[in-house]
Design a protein. Structure first.
Length: 762
């Protein structure tokens, strides 16, 4: 079939070029539509409707700190800043100490006399601060040191995409710069929207860098391997077309670029490059035999086309296994990687032979005739394997068992800030907020009751007080805040306070987002430290049990978590572990595809250890480095399995062909290593270099992905050149596996001259 395709393509070159042009033009339209976003709300379970309660995790958090924070001049300027913040287009709500206060810049006495009692005490402290009672509002907005305060600015509900948040972030940044210039206070912004903006800006830069970098890698490796400038015209366009096609498909499908699929810009071009190298190397061998360029292109495509198809198919299967994840972002990442892999195969099969059949192909012929360069090196390697095959096979088994033990001891973790540079402003602010306020991630706890039932204030307040007591944890949470907090502050100065009175008592603080009697819900917020899901998930699970006990003690009420904070913490570990299931599924399907494609169960079984070894070695590296399994590292296992098996397939296809020619086992292995060894090394180096580009990323998880990929692919190369031949050497002489009949028959090693597609040896 591949021979017919090759003949047709080379006879209808204009049609082939037209197909390339049409697909590339369509991709250009998609690229222009491409958007960037990192809205994690689509990654986790949806939340319930809580009426008018504002359970929003998308708040810009302005952190202001300074020794002179509570001077009259600074307070007056902070009041003005509060009012300016409320006027920023796109901001719907601002929560701070200074809401509703009067006073202007420089009105020291006026601002001071109009302050609530707790704020006046901060401005003019008396007595021991450690013994002074801290009000609930003060604990919410004033840091433990008394030298910092927060402003929470929530965007309008319809504003979710990053490009809509950027102007808001820009205006807030200007206001904070003015505040710093006029008062000398430190003023920085963080919060989920700011983190998302930072990530998207990083993704835009890195997608461009990755795309350009992989194309340059293709140029360098084409020159180094083929030592002909003509190789540039054949190999260099392939990764460009491949990434254009997959990026355009994302744009046409409305799939935005996020912190996960941004890696496609490095992965897909590299996959395309490896197949292009294999195909170009085959074409070059036929040119060395004196064939004309068009015939060499056709014969090269016939020789390795099916192997390239199988490598693309197995890689696509590995990616497609990610659809088993309940995380829709991960599932879509797998889908587009699988489509991108097959698109890169089409690009290679069309563009490489078409380009090689033109003038560059005629200039690609090597200067050597017969044996290839480095043949003596691979001859030595084959001899070494022949003499030490038992030791190599045993060592690989020991490494796999030891690595599997280390992998089983790996923990799982996730935190949103893991995608940020630890030295970035956003991470620095998160650390400061954790230190000053006990936490930076807003956890929402919703109290609900039957809205058709009249519930007394006292019952609501008693339940909220009990929940307050349960959620407070000095090591994990900050001070909780609810309608009970406002009631408690008010009751200190007024003997009898109804919940309806609180709006008039605290004019700058609305109860609208804390209590909705019509819907029968009340909200309690508590900040969580950025400790990661591994530490916080057990705490939230335990807390959920304690809250269930409180619920039983207060009949007629329900208590539940809501919002992205709880969902991301509780759901991330199961989602990451799901990727393990997808890895095993991909491995099983890939093994079956390899066995079927080479017509041999024994060769299929022999392909397993060389592809398990890189995975367990990468896991061992994580374990020894004290790392946890995160989304990026879990994905890396699946992706590297699909990519690493490519060299195994090329090796087995060549080995099978040599056996079909009548070569004995050892001679077939030696000829295979000498023939494809150079291409395997080159393609592996290309893959390693492609993953090395990710090491320059500003995103820590992307750097981790790159490091794991380099290790796994390096081990995979050694496994394909050492372990796989050693296992083939150790097979029983004359053993055959007929997958159609399931029978084994024994013949002499050299008696294997059957037509392609019949039962093969080993």
């Amino acid at each position: 079939m591949m021979a017919k395709l090759a003949d047709w393509l080379l006879l209808h070159r204009k049609t082939g070029w037209a197909v390339l042009a049409i697909l590339t033009a369509a991709s250009a339209v998609g690229i222009l539509r491409l958007d960037y976003d990192d809205d994690l709300r689509s990654s986790f379970r949806s939340v319930e409707d809580s009426g008018s309660l504002e359970i929003s995790d998308d708040a810009f958090v302005c952190f202001v700190r300074g020794e002179n924070l509570w001077t009259g001049k600074a307070i007056a300027r902070l009041i003005e800043f509060d009012q300016e913040l409320r006027k920023v287009p796109g901001i719907e709500r601002v929560d701070s100490l200074f809401g509703g206060m009067a006073g202007g810049r420089g009105e020291t006495s006026g601002a001071s006399t109009s302050l609530p009692g707790f704020l006046s005490s901060l401005q003019n402290p008396t007595g021991d601060p450690s013994t002074r009672r801290i009000s609930e509002i003060e604990a919410l907005f004033v840091g433990k040191s008394g030298k910092s305060t927060l402003f929470h600015a929530e965007s309008e509900p319809g504003i979710r995409l990053v490009h809509d948040l950027v102007p808001i972030r820009r205006e807030i940044g200007k206001l904070l710069s003015d505040l710093t210039r006029q008062t000398g206070l430190e003023a920085e912004v963080s919060g989920v929207p700011a983190l998302r903006i930072s990530l998207v800006e990083t993704m835009r830069r890195e997608q461009l860098v990755n795309s350009i970098g992989t194309c340059l890698l293709g140029a360098v490796f084409a020159i180094v391997m083929f030592r002909r400038p003509a190789a540039l015209a054949i190999v260099f366009p392939v990764p460009i077309v491949a990434i254009a096609w997959v990026t355009g498909a994302m744009g046409l499908a409305g799939e935005p670029v996020n912190t996960l699929n941004v890696m496609i810009s490095a992965i897909i071009p590299i996959i395309a490059l490896t197949d292009a190298i294999h195909l170009t190397d085959a074409i070059r061998r036929h040119l060395a035999e004196g064939k004309p360029a068009r015939q060499a292109a056709s014969d090269g495509l016939t020789e390795v086309g099916f192997a390239c198809f199988m490598t693309s198919l197995t890689t696509a299967v590995s990616f497609a296994s990610l659809v088993l994840s309940s995380n829709p972002v991960v599932a879509r990442f797998g889908i587009f990687c699988a489509l991108g892999t097959m698109a890169s195969f089409v690009a290679v099969m069309l563009l490489t032979p078409l380009a090689a059949s033109t003038v560059p192909g005629r200039l690609l012929a090597p200067s050597w005739k017969g044996r290839q360069p480095l043949s003596s090196v691979f001859d030595f390697l084959a001899t070494f394997i022949s003499r030490h095959s038992a030791a190599i096979a045993l060592a690989s088994g020991v490494l796999i068992l030891g690595g599997a033990f280390a992998c089983l001891r790996l923990g799982v973790d996730f935190r949103y800030s893991e995608n940020l540079d630890p030295e970035s402003t956003e991470c620095r602010v998160i650390s400061r907020i954790d230190e000053e306020f006990g936490g930076s991630q807003p956890l929402a706890v919703v109290i609900s009751w039957d809205p058709d039932t009249t519930v007394e204030d006292s019952r609501i307040l008693d339940l909220l007080e009990a929940v307050h007591q349960q959620v407070e944890d000095p090591e994990r949470t900050g001070r909780p805040f609810s309608i009970w907090s406002l009631w408690k502050d008010a009751s200190d100065t007024k003997p009898t306070v109804n919940l309806e009175d609180l709006d008039s008592i605290f004019p700058g603080t609305t109860t609208r987002g804390l209590l909705d009697r019509k819907r029968g819900v009340a909200l309690l917020r508590v900040p969580l430290r950025d400790l990661g899901a591994r530490k916080l998930a057990p705490f939230l699970t335990e807390l959920e049990g304690r809250l269930a006990d409180v619920e039983q003690q207060h009949p007629g009420f329900g208590i539940r978590y809501e919002g992205m904070t709880a969902a991301s913490i509780l759901d991330s570990e199961p989602m990451i572990r799901e990727l393990t299931t997808s890895l095993f599924t991909a491995g099983l399907v890939i093994f079956l595809l390899v066995a079927i494609s080479v017509r041999s169960w024994s060769l299929g079984f022999a392909s397993i250890p060389p592809n398990v070894l890189p995975m367990v070695m990468a896991g061992t590296w994580l374990y020894l480095g004290g790392e946890e399994v995160r989304y990026a590292s879990a994905l890396c296992f699946t992706i590297c399995l699909g990519v690493a098996v490519d060299d195994t397939i090329h090796f087995l296809f060549r080995y099978r062909k040599n056996r079909m020619r009548g070569l004995g086992r050892e001679a077939a292995i030696r000829e295979t290593i000498v023939t494809v060894g150079s291409a395997l090394v080159t393609t592996s180096l290309i893959l390693v270099a492609g993953f090395a580009l990710l090491l320059a990323s500003a995103v820590p998880t992307v750097r981790l992905f790159g490091a794991m990929g380099i290790l796994a692919l390096g081990v995979a190369l050694l496994a394909d050149l050492l372990v796989l031949p050693a296992l083939l050497m150790r097979g029983k002489p004359g053993e055959r596996s007929n997958i159609r009949s399931g029978k084994d028959d024994s013949r002499e090693d050299a008696d294997t001259s059957q037509p392609c597609g019949a039962t093969s040896s080993d």
